[in-house]
Design a protein around this ligand. Structure first.
Ligand code: SAM
Length: 265
């Protein structure tokens, strides 16, 4: 995923929801919320919420009490998010907006979340200052960002480097490009948060259709351009490299994230 411009088509948003969310982002959301207790009746915002993987788990845990907002740069992601939860006790307030210019008043929220969004924000200090602005003083921000390159993306990136080119290989590893916990902590401090050392959150990325996992990523466009033969080879090479994680046709690949709890000063 590019880190400067980040535009996703409706088809890409649907593939993300069908493949990446069940394999990875929903398990991460559950593992994250298992470590947190949300205050009763809180005003909560999920920033860079994508198709709402985490937003839905927040709604489940809040059980109809409190207020939830979800916001993402891509309207296509928000459209898919809306379609995923048409009828729940929580009417989520969805908005399509850049994190650097959020459509909310100062001091609006008790709790904010950013799940795997920070690495894509082009101006991280501006983005985190804006998140600080919309949180109440003393409000909590929970932020996750990958701590290590996933074996899945590592294997895919190597296969792409061999068969397609270094640009595609770099793209496949881009979500794992911002892993320095000290740097993230410094950015949070500079934006006005008090933060302590990050915890680690580990999830198991579980899938049986490796082709579908690969083609749900933005490098799908590169593979389409490279043609069906190369695509088959990339899929086969990635599967071969991931063989240690496969049992009876199911891949179970560990992925580790930093979880920061930052408090707005
Ligand atoms: C890897 S996805 C994570 C989505 C969601 N948090 C989840 O866990 O499924 C990254 C998201 O960041 C969003 N994003 C990227 N740049 C953004 C920006 N400048 N402002 C707001 N959202 C942004 C993308 O549209 C995308 O939905």
């Amino acid at each position: 995923m590019p880190t400067d411009t980040f535009t996703l088509t409706k088809a890409a948003a649907e593939k993300y929801q069908a493949n990446s969310v069940p394999a990875m982002f929903e398990p991460l959301a559950r593992a994250t919320l298992d470590k947190i207790s949300l205050p009763d009746g809180a005003d909560v915002i999920d920033i860079a919420c994508g198709t709402g993987a985490l937003t839905r788990v927040i709604a489940e845990r809040m059980g109809g009490v409190g207020r939830i907002s979800g916001t993402d740069l891509n309207e296509t992601m928000i459209d898919v998010a809306k379609a995923q939860m048409p009828d729940t006790p929580h009417q989520v307030d969805w908005s399509a907006a850049d994190v650097s210019d959020l459509p909310y008043e100062d001091d609006s929220f008790d709790v904010g979340f950013i799940q795997q969004g920070l690495q894509f924000f082009p101006d991280k200090p501006k983005a985190l200052s804006e998140v600080h602005r919309v949180l109440k003083p003393g409000g909590s921000l929970y932020l996750t960002c990958w701590r290590a390159v996933s074996p899945f993306n590592g294997a895919l990136s190597e296969a792409l480097a061999d068969l397609v080119g270094t640009e595609s290989a770099t793209k496949a590893a881009a979500p794992f490009s911002f892993r320095d916990g000290d740097l993230i902590a410094a950015l949070l401090t500079d934006a006005g948060f008090r933060t302590s050392a990050a915890e680690g959150v580990v999830l198991q990325r579980r899938f049986d259709d490796i082709r579908a996992q690969i083609l749900a990523l933005p490098i799908e466009a590169d593979l389409r351009a490279a043609g069906p033969d190369i695509t088959d080879q990339v899929v086969a090479e990635t599967a071969r490299r991931l063989a240690p994680f496969e049992k009876s046709g199911v891949f179970v690949v560990p992925q580790e994230a930093h979880l920061f709890h930052a408090i707005a000063r």
